[in-house]
Design a protein around this ligand. Structure first.
Ligand SMILES: *[C@@H]1O[C@H](CO)[C@@H](O)[C@H](O)[C@H]1NC(C)=O
Ligand SMILES: *[C@@H]1O[C@H](CO)[C@@H](O)[C@H](O)[C@H]1NC(C)=O
Ligand SMILES: *[C@@H]1O[C@H](CO)[C@@H](O)[C@H](O)[C@H]1NC(C)=O
Ligand SMILES: *[C@@H]1O[C@H](CO)[C@@H](O)[C@H](O)[C@H]1NC(C)=O
Ligand SMILES: *[C@@H]1O[C@H](CO)[C@@H](O)[C@H](O)[C@H]1NC(C)=O
Length: 358
């Protein structure tokens, strides 16, 4: 009888120690895995931050690295975030002059165009009356911002809920929001560009209904237009302003300040960007970096294949190519990836996890 009890005790003891040894081995392996992974993540971040250009880089290999980086945990680095924010504030000051306002502009002064600096536009009484009083925010006054690019990478991304969870959402070029499961619907600021207006909205004076309807989808969002980037853009932007004043009087229509965009271009050129002009995406990502506590970017991925090598359309809503003469999207993407690696902002490439970020 005693022997049997002893035997059972011995057996269960052995079993227990085997289980325990197994358990600790798993723990140790898990621990070693996570140490190795965090080392790999660190090495990867350091490598990306020191890259100076994306030309001559094998895009398949680069995609693989971006995929690994997206699996690495992201942590805000306050030091880097504050550094960029302060530098952007002192060079460009979005909180004062992202847009032309009565506060930052005097009646009868001249504005220099962003691209052709020697060309000027006088702020006469009529223009002055079109301007808002002030910019509606100050440095760091918004908390969680989402900047939503229009890249095909947003197709089937399931990012909509995460985007709508932000406090302030910026979109571009009147991008449609009817694929809401992937792109969300919340919109606080949206841009339109003059060539799009000329092409899509002819005869606005007599027929503003279509534009008014398109804008009604974005609810209370402000419409931001580059009226003073090149001289040819002024007339179409003013037409939009006047058409909407009649058809949708509650719609805020505001104009980018050309000095803000000019200084921002100079800021990033000093940090290695070579393009003639920044894309509107990088412009407003920079604005967000200055005015928001947390910046999340979606829909920024300028390559024709996704991270698993499936083909992508140019935009999540159409397949019309970008203006290659003006912008160098891959170089801008590298810059954004570096800001992500440094912990200044968070870039989302590929599908969103369904757990909302706190
Ligand atoms: C932020 O980055 C700096 C410079 O790379 C580094 O020294 C610092 O430890 C980082 N801070 C955190 C909290 O990771
Ligand atoms: C930015 O503009 C605000 C509002 O005019 C001003 O108070 C602030 O000093 C400016 N910041 C810089 C760095 O020039
Ligand atoms: C602006 O210019 C108009 C016409 O030249 C003039 O009548 C007006 O007094 C000027 N206003 C200011 C504030 O300089
Ligand atoms: C979504 O919006 C775009 C542009 O406004 C339009 O072309 C498309 O037909 C719409 N799709 C659906 C499913 O409503
Ligand atoms: C998204 O899903 C649809 C429907 O399954 C499919 O036709 C389309 O090719 C997908 N797009 C991408 C970029 O994966």
């Amino acid at each position: 009888m005693h022997y049997l009890v002893l035997f059972i005790l011995l057996c269960s003891g052995t079993l227990l120690s085997i289980t325990l040894i197994d358990y600790y081995q798993h723990q140790r392996d898990g621990f070693l895995d996570s140490v190795q992974k965090s080392l790999q993540c660190r090495t990867l971040r350091e490598r990306l931050v020191t890259m100076t250009t994306i030309k001559k880089v094998d895009i398949a290999l680069f995609s693989q690295e971006v995929r690994e980086l997206m699996n690495c945990p992201w942590r805000l680095n306050l030091t880097h975030r504050e550094l960029y924010r302060t530098e952007l504030w002192s060079c460009c000051n979005a909180s004062d002059r992202l847009m032309v306002t009565r506060q930052n502009t005097n009646l009868n002064q001249s504005l220099s165009y962003e691209i052709h600096r020697w060309k000027k536009r006088k702020v006469d009484q009529a223009l002055w009356e079109m301007l808002p009083q002030t910019v509606p925010w100050s440095k760091g006054s918004l908390s969680h911002c989402a900047v939503v690019g229009s890249g095909g990478i947003l197709q089937n991304s399931s990012c909509g809920a995460e985007i709508d969870n932000a406090d302030y959402v910026i979109r571009f070029n009147l991008a449609p929001i009817n694929k809401s499961y992937d792109v969300g619907v919340k919109t606080d600021l949206i841009t339109a560009n003059p060539s799009q207006i000329n092409k899509g909205y002819t005869d606005l004076q007599r027929n503003p209904g279509h534009l008014a309807e398109v804008l009604s989808f974005y609810g209370h969002a402000d419409l931001l237009l580059p009226a003073f980037s090149s001289a040819s853009g002024t007339a179409p932007c003013f037409k939009v302003y006047h058409a909407l004043r009649k058809a949708r009087p509650q719609q805020e229509v505001v104009f980018f300040h050309p000095d803000y965009l000019f200084e921002l271009g100079r800021f990033w050129r000093h940090r290695g960007q070579r393009a003639r002009r920044l894309s509107t995406g990088l412009m407003l990502a920079s604005t967000a970096l200055e005015i928001c506590e947390q910046v999340h970017l979606y829909g920024f991925w300028p390559f024709p294949l996704d991270l698993s090598h499936n083909p992508l359309p140019h935009h999540y809503y159409d397949n019309v190519g970008p203006n290659r003469r003006m912008h160098t999207m891959p170089e801008e993407f590298l810059l954004l990836l570096q800001l992500h690696s440094q912990g200044a902002l968070q870039l989302h490439v590929g599908p969103c996890t369904l757990i909302p970020t706190p």
